[in-house]
Design a protein around this ligand. Structure first.
Ligand code: C5P
Length: 220
């Protein structure tokens, strides 16, 4: 069988990661968290004291860090220049800066290239989650899903995951990040015309997983 390519996009806190990992594991596919890659390059910029407010400073070093993603859905990994950054990329100092870094075209082009290489080498197929996978990274994906949820549901889910923030702060930060991601010039967060939209506000994670698994099986 030819590899199946699944793109899952949507704003933060819609259950993209949990859904994507579970669907990949259940169907024996690889899994790629593209947000982790943008967080990883942001972590490198912060660690190397690059001025985040200066897009040209970011662009000048965008090609420097070597980012490697492990695509096993039961234990995805992420390293920068050989350093395991799975923990640090979830901290506030990275989360608050990732939208600015990911808006820089030089950052996007090199991370996009990396994503296409990884997707192209998946033997059975891959579930790729992000913001611009269906629109830009993998426009020929076999299945495109766009997950949504109310801001309240998204903030509640995220505050359970991220360290060091209360619900109100999380909600405000999340809305700000989505607005930045949706309004940037280069491949903003957007639903592809041919994506299936799933509103997860009133669904359990199990229901969302079942829904996506069924849609993938129809394509196989
Ligand atoms: O998915 P996650 O919340 O970890 O993504 C972190 C950030 O990475 C997003 O807010 C966005 O700025 C950026 N991102 C992106 N394109 C993707 C995935 C993530 O710009 N495909």
């Amino acid at each position: 069988a030819t590899p199946v390519i699944v793109a899952i996009d949507g704003p933060s806190g819609t259950g993209k990661s949990s859904t994507s990992k579970a669907v990949a594991a259940q169907l024996g596919l690889s899994y790629l968290d593209t947000g982790a890659q943008y967080r990883a390059i942001t972590w490198w910029m912060v660690t190397n004291s690059i001025d985040i407010a200066d897009p040209s400073a970011i662009a000048a070093v965008a090609g420097k860090p070597e980012i490697v993603s492990g695509t096993d859905p039961s234990g995805p990994t992420i390293t920068v220049d050989g350093v395991d950054v799975a923990g640090p990329i979830r901290e506030q100092d990275v989360t608050s800066r990732v939208s600015a870094v990911s808006a820089v075209p030089e950052v996007r082009s090199r991370i996009t290239e990396l994503q296409r290489t990884i997707a192209g080498s998946a033997v059975t197929g891959i579930v790729v989650e992000g913001r611009d996978i269906g629109t830009t990274v993998l426009p020929d994906a076999d299945l495109k899903i766009f997950l949504t949820a109310s801001p309240e549901a998204r903030a509640a889910r995220r505050s359970g995951e991220l360290k060091g923030a209360d619900l109100h702060t999380t909600r405000e930060a999340l809305i700000k990040r989505d607005a930045a991601d949706s309004s940037r010039k280069t491949s903003p967060l957007a639903k592809a015309d041919d994506a299936v939209e799933v509103d997860t506000t009133d669904l359990t994670l199990k229901q969302v997983i079942e829904c996506v698994v069924t849609l993938v099986e129809e394509k196989r």
